[in-house]
Structure formats: structure tokens, C-alpha cells
Design a protein around this ligand. Structure first.
Ligand SMILES: C[C@@](CO)(OP(=O)(O)O)[C@H](O)COP(=O)(O)OP(=O)(O)OC[C@H]1O[C@@H](n2ccc(N)nc2=O)[C@H](O)[C@@H]1O
Ligand SMILES: Nc1ncnc2c1ncn2[C@@H]1O[C@H](COP(=O)(O)OP(=O)(O)O)[C@@H](O)[C@H]1O
Length: 289
């Protein structure tokens, strides 16, 4: 038997870190939303109990370092599952990009195995399990748009943002999330207005959304990787309504409502950045159930 699952990427429209906790993680407050750029996960049941990762991307680990592998192993252990699975990952989301590709693959594996292995778990139960794999996995279990707090695993759904296009540009460098959080000096940053962003989205006020995008991690990554700042500048020059780095980076996204400007931005950025995508927000909650 086979199950197919879509594993969409996310962007952070607003990302604040409040303080460093005793467990080493940062207490965060962020608005996350899924975008129409997705990996495809194909799960095929195995009778030998083994977990196998098949991926044709050299940046994706094919052993227990893979977050999808960890998701399958966690379900096997918690629910005494004796069956195994081959997990084929068709990778579209750039790796180590600030787009939660690995987390979304893990979340899609949790959803898919829930069906393949007939576990009967709810999305809320899968989200709790996801938090054991990584801070972004719980959000990815639900998808949609949410306010995320705690270390990122406490999820409150909010409405979808107003309609717009998202242009993504990923510089060649990959970024380690831990490195960026480790270099964050909370005394020296500008905190974004996360509550304002939630209000702007609830009011479907696109102009306010574009004014309020902000990411406390951006200045850290920009300092370490100046090419990210250059891409930001180019996106502004090509006419984006708002430009921000996603997560810990290095992917930069631009929001735009008019099709004519979308084409200008996309074509302009393709001139000097290999990985450029123009996608829609997916938006609504629980689309992934
Ligand atoms: C920055 C964000 C924003 O959505 O996304 P990405 O850039 O990774 O996509 C997330 O907070 C990343 O979540 P995720 O990538 O799941 O992080 P984890 O695997 O849980 O943690 C990796 C490392 O990041 C740091 N970390 C992570 C989350 C958090 N709230 N505080 C932290 O300080 C810790 O050093 C941790 O060891
Ligand atoms: N399924 C997966 N897809 C991509 N990377 C993965 C996966 N599983 C584990 N990884 C590891 O996680 C790291 C971060 O990858 P990713 O989730 O794409 O980035 P980010 O956390 O910036 O959104 C990669 O360097 C990779 O080694």
C-alpha cells in the first residue's frame, strides 16, 4: 500500500524572540504561513520493519539524521508498530533555507503514516509528537496560518493573509538555524510588532501586512552573510511591496499583489540568483488533514 502527502514550505511574516530559556531554546512569537512550494512524500509499506529514505538530493541525509526518518521511528516506538516504510522524498524546497523543508517532510510523514499504519491519531496528537522532532514540525502538521509561541510548538490558527504573490530567492549559502540563534543578541535588536501583524491579517489589510513584516533574526544572518542583504536590495528595487528574510534564512521573500510587478521581480532576480520561485500563499487552516 502507498500514501502520498504534500509537504509545503512556510514563511515567517513576523518573527520575534523574547528571551533565551533555561533549556537553551528561545521563547518565540511568530506568524507563520504555508506557501505553494512543496516537497512530495511517497510512503510505501514494508513488512520487514525497516525505515528506508529514498531521495535524489545530495543535501538530504538518507539515514536517521533525516527528520522524516525520525518521524517514522517515533511512531514505531510510541505505538509499537512492527511494520516499516520506504519514504521517497521528491525535494523541491531548497535545503537549509529557512523554509522548514525538513520539518514539513517530517510532518507529512506523520500525517501519511497515521493513514498507512491505521493509527487513528488526531492532528493535535500528531502536532504534539512533531514537537519532539523539531520546533517547526507542529506548525507543519497543521499548515495554514498561525501564531506560534513557546519554542514554536504552541499553535493558534489565524485566518489566511490577504491574497498576494510571494517571490522567493535563495542565495547559494545554506544557513544553520542554531548558528543564527546563537549569534542573536537580544539587547541589540528591533522587535517586530507580532500582535499588529495578527490584527492586520484578521482585518485583511494588505498594506498593514506589508508595513509590519519583521524578523528579529534578520540582522544576525545579514551580518554573517552579506549576499542576503544584496538580494533584499534587489527585491526592493524590482518593486516588491514588502521584503523580508524567512526564519533563520538565507531565503528572502517579497510580497506583491500586481501581476505585472510579479513578472518584473521574478525575471529580474533570475538574473543573479539560481533559485527563484513565484508562489501563492496556501493560507487556510487544516488543508493538510
Ligand atoms: C527559525 C525558525 C523560524 O520558524 O525556522 P527555520 O529558519 O529553521 O526554518 C525556527 O524557530 C527554527 O525551528 P527548527 O528548525 O525546527 O529548530 P530546532 O530543530 O527545534 O532547533 C534548532 C536549533 O535552533 C535553536 N532554536 C530553535 C528554536 C527556538 N525557539 N529557539 C532556538 O534557540 C536551538 O539552538 C536549536 O538547537
Ligand atoms: N527531509 C529533510 N529535508 C531537508 N533537510 C533535512 C531533512 N531531514 C534532515 N535535514 C537536515 O536538516 C537541515 C535543515 O534543513 P531544512 O529543514 O531544509 O532547513 P530549515 O531548518 O532552515 O528550514 C539540513 O541541513 C539537513 O541536513
Amino acid at each position: 500500500m502507498k500514501v502520498l502527502e504534500k509537504a509545503p514550505a512556510k514563511i515567517n511574516l513576523s518573527l520575534d524572540a523574547l528571551y533565551k530559556r533555561e533549556d537553551g531554546f528561545h521563547e518565540v512569537k511568530m506568524v507563520m504561513t504555508t506557501i505553494d512550494l512543496a516537497d512530495r512524500i511517497e510512503l510505501t509499506e514494508r513488512t520487514d520493519g525497516q525505515i528506508e529514505i529514498i531521495s535524489h538530493n545530495r543535501f538530504v541525509p538518507d539515514d536517521n539524521r533525516n527528520l522524516a526518518y525520525q518521524a517514522a521511528q517515533l511512531l514505531q516506538k510510541k505505538y509499537g508498530v512492527t511494520k516499516g516504510v520506504s519514504i521517497e522524498i521528491s525535494k523541491i524546497i531548497p535545503v537549509a533555507a529557512g523554509l522548514a523543508g525538513g520539518s514539513s517532510d517530517a510532518a507529512a510523514t506523520l500525517r501519511g503514516l497515521n493513514k498507512l499504519w491505521n493509527l487513528g491519531l488526531t492532528l493535535d496528537e500528531l502536532a504534539v509528537l512533531g514537537a519532539e522532532i523539531g520546533s517547526d514540525v507542529s506548525f507543519c502538521v497543521y499548515g495554514g496560518t498561525a501564531l506560534a509561541t513557546g519554542r514554536g510548538e504552541i499553535i493558534q490558527p489565524i485566518p489566511a493573509p490577504p491574497h498576494c504573490w510571494v517571490v522567493l530567492a535563495k542565495p547559494t549559502t545554506g544557513v544553520s538555524t542554531a548558528e543564527i540563534y546563537n549569534n542573536l543578541d537580544l539587547k541589540k535588536v528591533n522587535h517586530p510588532n507580532v500582535d499588529g501583524m495578527v490584527e492586520a491579517i484578521k482585518n485583511q489589510n494588505y498594506e498593514e501586512v506589508t508595513k509590519l513584516v519583521g524578523n528579529v533574526l534578520e540582522s544576525v544572518t545579514l551580518k554573517l552573510y552579506p549576499e542576503v542583504a544584496q538580494i533584499k536590495e534587489q527585491m526592493k528595487r524590482f518593486g516588491a511591496d514588502a521584503v523580508l528574510m524567512s526564519g533563520s534564512g538565507p531565503t528572502v521573500f517579497g510580497l506583491v499583489q500586481h501581476d505585472s510587478r510579479l513578472h518584473r521581480m521574478y525575471n529580474g532576480l533570475r538574473g543573479f540568483c539560481d533559485q527563484v520561485f513565484a508562489v501563492r500563499l496556501i493560507g487556510e487552516q487544516n488543508k493538510l488533514d
